[in-house]
Design a protein around this ligand. Structure first.
Ligand SMILES: Nc1ncnc2c1ncn2[C@@H]1O[C@H](COP(=O)(O)OP(=O)(O)OP(=O)(O)O)[C@@H](O)[C@H]1O
Ligand SMILES: [Mg+2]
Length: 364
């Protein structure tokens, strides 16, 4: 059973996973459900057999699950890393279901102090799973608090201050931490090393994405032709969450045209044209980035900060959300001097570099 509502209610400050975009902190205990989260929940595979792709990872997971069940021992602590939307949360929630154990869900940024983590630890039953999403955002004090919990299943609590301070060792039930992170490089080495198993999730190929799209279309009671599934897959950047989001939009678009029971390639293409997603899956923001790199910086090199200021987007967002796909496409290069456009990007956008004439007026 998911227990996050029990725990999140105890936090001093209720701003949870969707930090930043919640106007009113007097919310009920459950986190607010934004459309993307709702979509994730509807589409999320429930069992390991429903998970498509990531074959090698799944094979290894089956082995450790089987061994844990046979020995009647908790699973070793497990860390999933990889880019957003590839199935870290999905796998983290499927595993406890396969084991038939309880799961509590926490998130790095909401665990602001050791006391926030304490209730999760004391609530963790034998063999249960504590899933910590965005584990790279655990503050150092909480991180140190979790070390003995992961290693020896105990916590050290200090009561009082100064001369009167006493430390109490509290024994915990053996349990499993499943961590998920999009930035494993930001994890400290001691935390990383406490995970017995580490699995990296990679992008999906077209067959796998088409399969996910076809299955999810059925869940949405929409009918896609095989070409339509494939077209959506091509534009999904190897990412199931992107595929789901496109599918949701296409379903609405088709509904609007009264053709949700037969979503043809033509409907998919016109829906995605309207959404400004091009044939490679680049969106408006990607094209703005590339166009600025060409027109403002004459193809680069341009520093991340400078790009951020030009586009009015935070450098973190550029680095985490925009650049990875452009790098994968081979559309930009990250050099020591900054970002540079590539010939492939110029060809794709049908752009040419502005002349190097200093008299030339800038286009922006
Ligand atoms: N292997 C898969 N098979 C089928 N569907 C998948 C798979 N992986 C992910 N999905 C779909 O993609 C959605 C997003 O996946 P998930 O939430 O697990 O990603 P994530 O890696 O946790 O992303 P984030 O880093 O943003 O938290 C899920 O709701 C699910 O519908
Ligand atoms: Mg997740």
């Amino acid at each position: 059973m998911v227990r996050h509502s029990v725990i999140q209610g105890e936090s001093d400050d209720d701003d949870d996973r969707n930090d930043g975009d919640k106007p009113d902190s007097k919310q009920p205990q459950l986190p607010p459900v934004d459309p993307e989260t709702r979509l994730d929940e509807e589409m999320r595979p429930q069992r390991l057999k429903d998970v498509v792709g990531q074959r090698k990872v799944i094979e290894r997971l089956k082995i450790i699950l089987d061994a844990a069940i046979k020995r009647n021992e908790p699973l070793g602590h497990l860390l999933f890393d990889g880019p957003p939307g590839l199935g870290k949360t999905t796998l983290a929630t499927v595993l406890p279901r396969e084991l038939g154990v309880e799961v509590q869900i926490a998130s790095g940024p909401t665990l602001k102090a050791p006391k926030d983590l304490l209730s999760y630890l004391t609530n963790a039953g034998r063999g249960s799973v504590l899933f910590i999403d965005e584990i790279h955002r655990l503050p150092p004090a909480v991180e140190e608090f979790i070390y003995p919990a992961m290693e020896d299943f105990r916590v050290d609590i200090t009561l009082g201050e100064g001369l009167n301070a006493r430390t109490i060792n509290l024994k915990l039930q053996p349990f499993t931490v499943i961590g998920a992170t999009t930035r494993s490089g930001m994890l400290t080495a001691p935390l990383r090393d406490r995970f017995v198993h580490r699995e990296h999730l990679d992008f999906y190929d077209l067959e796998e994405l088409s399969e996910i799209i076809a299955r999810n279309a059925k869940k949405l009671r929409a009918t896609l032709t095989p070409e339509s599934s494939r077209e959506i897959a091509v534009r999904s950047r190897g990412t199931p969450r992107k595929a789901n989001n496109l599918l949701y939009w296409i379903r609405d678009y088709a509904e609007h045209r009264n053709s949700a029971d037969n979503i043809t390639l033509e409907i998919v293409q016109s829906a995605l044209l309207m959404k400004e997603i091009d044939e490679l899956g680049l969106d408006h923001q990607d094209r703005r980035y590339l166009t600025a790199l060409v027109n403002v910086f004459r193809g680069g090199p341009a520093g991340l900060q400078a790009m951020g200021h030009t586009l009015n987007i935070s450098p973190d967002t550029l680095e985490d959300e925009v650049e990875p796909f452009l790098l994968r496409c081979g559309f930009i290069q990250r050099t020591p001097r900054g970002r540079m456009i590539t010939v492939a990007a110029l060809e794709h956008l049908k752009l040419t570099l502005p002349d190097d004439d200093p008299q030339q007026p800038r286009l922006f």
